[in-house]
Every structure is written in C-alpha cells, then in structure tokens.
Design a protein around this ligand. Structure first.
Ligand code: FAD
Ligand code: NAP
Ligand code: SF4
Length: 670
C-alpha cells in the first residue's frame, strides 16, 4: 500500500504507457549545447530514469538558428545530431521511462542578432531587437518545427514537447503584448492562435499516431496584455483537436515581474490555473511550479487539479525522488529548496548547471563527485555539523569509512538553522531533515553539544580530521559599536528585541534576509502572496495580473553598504530582483556609498558623498560578513592529517553551494 496512490499509478496516453504520473520537467543544463557532451547528457538522464520517473522532457532544442537561445546553443535540425541522440534515448529506454525532446524557439528572447518574433518589439531581457517574421518566414518556422519533430522520432524519442509558454516565440504570437501583426497570424485571438495550432497539427500529420505530442501552454502569462482565460480555454481545446496528447503547464514569461519559482513562491501556487484548463479539455494536463515533495504532488492529483505533475529542479536535487517515494521513504529525499543558486543562476551565467544540495547533478560522469566504496575502511572525525560537515561526514560514511561527527550546539545544520527562519526560506529545513536521515543511513556517529578540542582529536588517533567549523560574524571597527542598541544578525534571528526603526550595516545576502525578516508582517497565505505580487484569478484580467496592493510593514528599515554600486547587485541573478522588489515595496531605504562614523545615542552617524547624516534608529543590526573560524584547524597542523572545508576555509562570499560542493569532493578523495 503506497501513500501516493495517484502519483504512482500508470497512465496510458495514446499508444504509450507512462509508468507513473511524475514528469521530469525541461531544464537547460548546458550539456545540450555541444554534441561532444552527449555521453554526459545520457548519463544524467539515465540516472533519473533509473530513479523511476515516468516521463522525462529534455532541455529546449531550437528548430533552427533563428530560434537559438544564444549563438551556437542547442539545435535539433540535422540527421547527424539525431543519430548521436540515440545514446540518450537508448540509455533511458533501458528502463521503463519515456523521454520527449523539447522544441523551443526563443523568438525575441534569442540572445543574438538573428532573432525573430511576431512583431519588431525588443524584449526587456535581450539587447537584440527582433526582425518581424514575414508570412513566408512564419511558414518556414512551422516547417522547421515539423522537421525537428521528425528527427526526434529518428533519434528514438517517444515524442516532442512543443514549447508554447514562458514568453518564447509561440507565446509571442499568442499575446497582444507582443503580436501587433495585421496579417493572418495576428489581430484577433483566433488568428494569434494559428501558429501553435498549425505546428501541432502538422507535427501530428508528419509523425503518425504512435508519437507523443506534449504542448506546453502558458496558463498565466503574468504580463500586461497577455491572454485572457477565455482565450486560453479556446486555445487548449483547439490544441487538443489539432492532435496533442498532453497539455503541460507553463507559468509566467521570463520578462514577467512576478516570481514563479523562487523559494518565497508558495507551494503549488499556480495549480488553480492548471485546474481551470483541465476542466475544459479531454487530454491529460500536467501541473508544475513549486511542487517539490511527493505529498504536494499527490495532493494536486487527489484534488483533481491535474493528471500528472511536473517537477524539474527536484530531479537535480535527487534523481531517486520517485524510487524513494515508491519505497515509502520520502524522508530520504534530498528536497530542492528553490534557491536557484546552482541551477538557474548558472544557466543564466552560461555555466554548467548543477545543484546546491546535490553537487553530483549534471556531473554524473565526473569521478570527483562519485562516492565509490573506499579501498580501506578508515576512521575519520568531522568537526562541525553545518552543511559542509554534514556533506563530508555522510559522503565518508557512504564510502564505508568509520565516521564521528562533532557539533558544538544541540542541533545539526549550522547556519541553515538561521536561514530557515527567514520568511520564504522555511524550506531550508528540508536539507536538515535529509541530512538527519542520511547520517543515520550512512552509520555516522553524531556527538551533539560537543565542542571538540585539538587534544581530543589528536588523542582519538583518527586517520584524518575534516574541519568544518564555519564562521564567526565580523564586528566592524566603528566607534561605540559595543553600544547596547547594536545587535548581531544572530541575536536578531534568535529572537532579540528589535525596535521600530532599524539600521542594517551590510547589504549582502544576510543583510537582505534580515531586512525581509524585520519587515515581514505575517500574511503567509496564497491570497497574501497573490496580492503582494498583483496576481489575480479574475478570468477577464489579461495575463492574470492586476495592480499591486499597498503593503503594511512591521518596521522602518535602512539597509546600508559602503560600496557605491547598486544595493543588492551581488545577489543571485534569478532571485536578487525578487528580494530587491520585496524590500522596495516595504519601503526599506537602501543607501550605498556609506562611511560609518559612529554609533550615537540617537542612532547611527554616517556620511554619504562627504555629507554627514544621522540615521535615527532604535536598533542597529550588524550583517557585515564573516571571518573563517580556523583556530582548531591551526592547532591541528602537523599533528594529524587535517582538511579544511566550507566557511572555515573561505568565508568571504562563501555560500552553501560552495561549502557542500567542496566538502563532498574532499570526502570522495579521502
Ligand atoms: P556553518 O553552517 O557555520 O557550520 C559550522 C558548524 O560548526 C556550526 O554548527 C558550529 O556550531 C560548529 N562548530 C564550530 N566549532 C566547533 C567545534 N570546535 N566543535 C564542534 N562544532 C563546532 N547560503 C546560501 O548558499 N544560500 C542562502 O540562501 C543562504 N542564506 C543564509 C541566510 C542566513 C540568515 C544565514 C545566517 C546564512 C545563509 N547562508 C546561505 C549561508 C550558509 O548558511 C553558509 O554558507 C553555510 O551554513 C556554511 O556551512 P559550513 O558548514 O561551512 O558552516
Ligand atoms: P556578504 O555577502 O559578504 O556581505 C557582507 C556585507 O557586509 C557587504 O554588504 C559588505 O558591503 C559589508 N561589509 C563587509 N565588511 C564590512 C565592514 N568591515 N564594515 C561594514 N560593512 C562591511 O556576507 P553575508 O551577507 O554575511 O552573507 C554570508 C554568505 O551567505 C554570503 O556569501 C552569501 O552568499 C550567503 N548568503 C546567501 C544568500 C542568498 O540569498 N543567496 C542569503 C544569505 C546569505 P560593503 O563592504 O560594501 O559595506
Ligand atoms: Fe533546487 Fe537550489 Fe538545487 Fe536548483 S540549486 S535544484 S533550486 S536546490
């Protein structure tokens, strides 16, 4: 008897049986772009197929050069490419998993001068103004979609997913926001819909009945002048009639100013939009976005909101997601915490995609991250149970070593115990739950409440010691910084009293998190979130967006930094804008170029551009970065074999991505 009867039940779609209702959604990993990486791509998908997922959707492949995401990015337009992809499809078909190739034409999102669109309107996220396609040009794009689909069949794919959402070319034809044409491909809604309908109809004609066609549809455009509910329902019905087997959910355009996948977006936040399309069509419909646990996925199906559930990043975090759910061990799933730090932030920086909580993702053939059994069982001590120590201890244990983990406090997790208190970051607790169970499974002996000393470690005669002692907060050299109104971020996150007017010294990741913590006024429901970002369920509202409601903030906050650059410029590419917009809306005053003069009775004395200013505040919170905590490491030098990882190694610009990655690689090498 399974706890996930809906999620794990098979589904027949046309002539194809999917072994369960779990879809691994499309993600660009960087491995798609070069044919020489095909073995890596095959290993990456094969690991996920062996983990039991029902259907895999590849990253997006352009049908032609004009549809490239960037120069020389993934394209599926010739026989040689198709034949090389047999390595991928054969590897996946060694299991019962099915795989479809995503066809994505970037349109005006193409980051190159050849890009094209419905109309000559530059996208806010590309510097290149597109050329408006001629009527013949439109026909050529359709023909190229069809040709790519035929090649996908030759490559052994079970079908294709036609990318019709997220603001790419097809979406650009669908919405008046970007389609100003007056020919047969523009004007009223019927004409704007012609492009996807023709693509699906002609792919069906060319590939026959035993080939899956998934259509990824924008359920909510989240841009002004997007589609209305009535238009979306008509589109879904016509796509169904044109020959699609499955309709998959896409939410929001890349240029939208509404976050759709960062940590602060509530779980299953958009399934209401999927449900209304599902009610109008006969084909199975897939829900997606911010569904990252088998419980949440099961609930979506049990409540009849969708027929399948797509999860993308959760499969970077844990390829065995489905297998663990099937075995009744959901507590062992390494849950995606929606941080975007190693996946989307990498993709946008043209770096290979991996995962903060699973550094092996995307590097399945790289021995640095492969925890092979140790040739000889050795004894190791790991000091510090933050993310770095946890990754090191469990990797060593998994390899068969005898491991003792020492932690000074009464819980594992280090700074993640503070991170999870930040509004919108509660899911960081999943990582601690995962490690708790992995420590058990790998036989690591954990000593909590134990501040271990160098002499104890030397006396222990370990074969090696991994020092993961983390950081200590930096206290800036500002006159009267020891004033009682000055608190560290640790005091604040541990519940110290904070006044109504606050200055924050330091605007890095922690400064921003503390500002969110101090200005959060409590509303955590889906309705609160929708009104914060101007999302509406009103069927007549174009794009599903409306005006944003004013916010009540709990405090008046000043966020300060010495650099003269824009405050928050160093935050993550795909999440930083959400943090900046949130604080702006809550009236947080951000001041760059600050020189700190002194702490005084009335507040914080600073100067900006040589001009003296007093920020009148009740509380000053220091978030001025950290120093590595290395005293233990230094005391062990020359006495035992010692390895330094995580914040204790590099505190400047340290993040958990680097800490877990480094600790895993060190533990694999020992
Ligand atoms: P730590 O987490 O600092 O752990 C070190 C551990 O060692 C501690 O538990 C300590 O008690 C223990 N220890 C120290 N000395 C001894 C000793 N002698 N004996 C026994 N135990 C000892 N990073 C991100 O990447 N993304 C984020 O969104 C993010 N948000 C954050 C939000 C907040 C509010 C904070 C505070 C941090 C955030 N971070 C984030 C940073 C992230 O938490 C750190 O990068 C990460 O925790 C570093 O891991 P670590 O294991 O090296 O050190
Ligand atoms: P940080 O990002 O290095 O920021 C430290 C801040 O303090 C900077 O704004 C810096 O700016 C200021 N500062 C440094 N030295 C100072 C001094 N002597 N006096 C006054 N101000 C000083 O560090 P953090 O905010 O503490 O974060 C720690 C790590 O956790 C970071 O590496 C971060 O990546 C990670 N983290 C990430 C997130 C995330 O959302 N991705 C969230 C939280 C934390 P100026 O020098 O210009 O003043
Ligand atoms: Fe999820 Fe963060 Fe890993 Fe991306 S990097 S898959 S968001 S945990």
């Amino acid at each position: 008897m399974t706890s996930y009867p809906n999620l794990l039940s098979p589904l027949d779609v046309g002539s194809i049986r999917l072994r369960n209702r779990v879809v691994m959604g499309s993600m660009h990993t960087g491995l798609e772009d070069r044919l020489r990486d095909i073995d890596k791509l095959a290993a990456y998908f094969s690991e996920r197929a062996r983990g039991g997922v029902g259907l895999i959707v590849t990253g997006g492949y352009a049908p032609n050069r004009r549809g490239w995401l960037a120069p020389f990015a993934a394209r599926f337009a010739d026989r040689r490419t198709a034949l090389r992809h047999r390595e991928v499809t054969d590897a996946v078909h060694d299991t019962d998993t099915r795989i479809v190739l995503q066809l994505l034409h970037a349109g005006r999102y193409g980051y190159h001068p050849l890009n094209v669109s419905a109309s000559k309107l530059k996208a806010p996220i590309s510097p290149f103004t597109p050329r408006a396609l001629s009527t013949r040009g439109v026909e050529r794009q359709i023909a190229d979609f069809v040709e790519s689909a035929k090649l996908a069949k030759l490559a052994g794919y079970d079908g294709v997913e036609v990318m019709g959402s997220e603001g790419y070319l097809i979406n650009q034809f669908l919405a008046p926001h970007t389609n100003r044409r007056t020919d047969a491909w523009g004007g009223d809604a019927k004409s704007r819909m012609r492009l996807p309908i023709e693509i699906v109809r002609r792919i069906r004609e060319a590939t026959g009945d035993d080939f899956l066609i998934v259509y990824r549809m924008s359920m909510l455009d989240l841009v002004p002048d997007g589609q209305t509910e009535a238009e979306l329902i008509e589109l879904a019905q016509r796509i169904d009639t044109a020959g699609a087997d499955i309709i998959s959910t896409g939410i929001g355009w890349h240029e939208s100013r509404v976050p759709t996948i960062v940590t602060s977006v509530p779980s299953s936040a958009f399934t209401w939009a999927t449900a209304r399309i599902r009610a109008a069509v006969g084909v199975p419909v897939v829900a997606s976005n911010r569904i990252n646990t088998p419980e949440a996925a099961e609930a979506v199906l049990a409540e009849d909101r969708a027929d399948l559930v797509s999860m993308a990043r959760p499969f970077l975090a844990d390829p065995d997601f489905v297998a663990k759910a099937q075995r009744g061990q959901p507590e062992r799933i390494n849950t995606c915490i929606a941080c975007n730090q190693a996946c989307l932030d990498h993709a946008f920086a043209n770096k290979p995609v991996t995962c903060l909580v699973n550094p092996r993702a995307g590097r399945e053939t790289n021995p640095v991250y492969l925890p092979t059994p140790a040739p000889r069982r050795r004894r190791y001590a790991v000091v510090g149970a933050g993310p770095a120590g946890l990754a090191a201890a469990t990797t060593l244990g998994e390899r068969g070593h005898d491991v003792e983990l020492f932690e000074a406090s009464d819980v594992i997790g280090g700074q993640f115990n503070m991170a999870k208190r930040i509004p919108g970051k509660a899911e960081f607790a999943h990582t601690l739950r995962y490690f708790e169970h992995r420590l058990n499974a790998t036989g690591v002996t954990v000593h909590l409440n134990t501040t271990v000393t160098a002499s104890r470690l030397v006396d222990g005669a370990y074969d090696g010691v991994v020092v993961a002692t983390g950081v200590t907060p930096r206290t800036p050299d500002i006159p009267a910084i020891d004033d009682p109104k000055v608190l560290s971020y640790i005091d604040v996150l541990n519940g110290a009293h904070v006044g109504g007017r606050v200055a924050i010294i330091g605007a890095g990741g922690i400064g921003f998190d503390v500002a969110e913590f101090l200005t959060h006024s409590g509303g955590d429901t889906l309705d609160d979130w929708q009104s914060t970002w101007g999302v509406t369920t009103d069927p007549d509202a174009r794009g599903g967006v409306t005006t944003i409601a004013p916010v009540d903030t709990a405090r008046e906050v000043f966020l300060l930094q010495r650099k003269t650059t824009r405050v928050g410029a160093g935050l993550g590419k795909t999440s930083g804008w959400v943090h900046r917009a949130t604080l702006k809306r809550r009236g947080v005053v951000m001041i760059p170029g600050v020189e700190y003069q002194r702490v005084g009775e009335a507040g914080l004395h600073i100067s900006v551009d040589g001009e003296a200013r007093l920020i009148e505040v009740d509380t000053i919170v220091v978030c001025a970065g950290q120093e590595p905590r290395r005293d233990l490491y230094e005391a062990l030098q020359g006495k035992v074999s010692v390895h330094l990882v995580g914040g204790a190694d590099v505190a400047a610009e340290l993040d958990a991505k680097r800490a877990i990655d480094q600790a895993t690689a060190v533990a694999v090498a020992l």
